[in-house]
Design a protein around this ligand. Structure first.
Ligand SMILES: Nc1nc2c(ncn2[C@@H]2O[C@H](COP(=O)(O)OP(=O)(O)OP(=O)(O)O)[C@@H](O)[C@H]2O)c(=O)[nH]1
Ligand SMILES: [Mg+2]
Length: 296
């Protein structure tokens, strides 16, 4: 008897949703950074637990969006919860709860799906605070279970995974056992480069940038040849991405290439090009390429 179902992993930005999905899958499928709003589109990570296949929907963080692009991200997050068997609300337990978290809790309170509360970052949080958060959120939502975990250290993950597996409906697996995500290699490659933008450049820049894979060629020698465009809004941002004498873009390319060589399991040739495209976040074509719906 096999089981298979959808788990929507949702929460405020920076709660550790993508870190959790990676940890449950047992391999990196989603990019992670210390900055909020790292995940921009829905992504499916596939995890196995005994006879159960968990389809984990990693979603962008939910916040109060202003720009069109942010609204599209938040719409993608709520869209990612549709059809889920379990809604897993991931909460960063180290700080205060904040209005974002209670707003999300209130919005899921009346939904018919099974709901799990996942208090994350217990390695950083103090115990009394954890219990206060758990109590407060359980007063807002009828959570079936509350878990205290660290997606970073793995603390509490086996129990969470077992409980999720048991909550999945009976049915055939949707993906081959060795498939880890629904993202194409093109998309994965673009995300890995974007992760380097987040990790290496600070201030507001990453929010002003997008990465598109323009060409992905499998060379006869087995290597992957990847051409990508980094879109920024202004010439000054282009200069920041390039760095002095091109040093920054070189380092971004080197790290992204190293990571992709591991993830794609073959040699990678990565070519990056920075393009100034004012208002790229108002271009329907960019939304389509990134897998976001245009929102009015
Ligand atoms: N110490 C600690 N750090 C964690 C834990 N889980 C995640 N982090 C860190 O928290 C930051 C945010 O993690 P992400 O997984 O990108 O968070 P997210 O919820 O996917 O964020 P968005 O995609 O921006 O909504 C990263 O720096 C992670 O390394 C944890 O259990 N403990
Ligand atoms: Mg994320």
């Amino acid at each position: 008897m096999t089981r298979c179902g959808l788990v929507a992993v949702l929460g405020a930005p920076n709660a550790g949703k993508s870190t959790l999905v990676n940890a449950l899958v047992g391999q990196k499928v989603a990019i992670v950074s210390p900055k909020a709003q790292t995940t921009r589109t829905r992504l499916l990570g596939v995890a196995m637990e005994g006879e159960a296949q968990l389809l984990l929907v990693d979603t962008p963080g939910i916040f109060d969006p202003k720009r069109r692009f942010d609204r599209a991200m938040v719409a993608a997050a709520w869209g990612g919860t549709e059809g889920a068997d379990v809604l897993a609300l991931v909460v960063d337990a180290k700080g205060g709860l904040g209005p974002k978290v209670t707003d999300i809790a209130e919005r899921i309170a009346d939904r018919p799906e099974r709901k799990f509360l996942v208090l994350n970052k217990v390695d950083l949080a103090d115990k009394p605070k954890l219990l206060v958060h758990a109590e407060k959120l359980n007063a807002l939502v009828a959570f079936e279970h509350t878990f205290f975990i660290s997606a970073a250290t793995g603390d509490g993950l086996p129990e969470l995974k077992r409980t999720l597996a048991a909550a999945m409906p009976e049915g055939p697996w949707h993906f081959p056992e060795d498939q880890v995500s629904d993202a194409s290699e093109r998309t994965l490659a673009a995300e890995v480069t974007r992760e380097q933008l987040y990790l290496q450049l600070h201030a507001e820049l990453p929010y002003a940038a997008a990465v598109e894979t323009e060409k992905f060629v499998d060379r006869p020698d087995g290597a992957a040849e990847i051409h990508q465009q980094i879109l920024v809004e202004r010439p000054t941002q282009r200069a920041i991405v390039l760095g002095k004498g091109g040093a920054r873009i070189k380092e971004i390319g080197a790290r992204a290439r190293a990571e992709l060589t591991t993830l794609l399991d073959r040699p990678v040739h990565l070519y990056l090009h920075v393009k100034v495209k004012p208002g790229w976040d108002e271009d329907r074509g960019v939304y389509r390429d990134l897998g976001l719906d245009w929102v009015d």
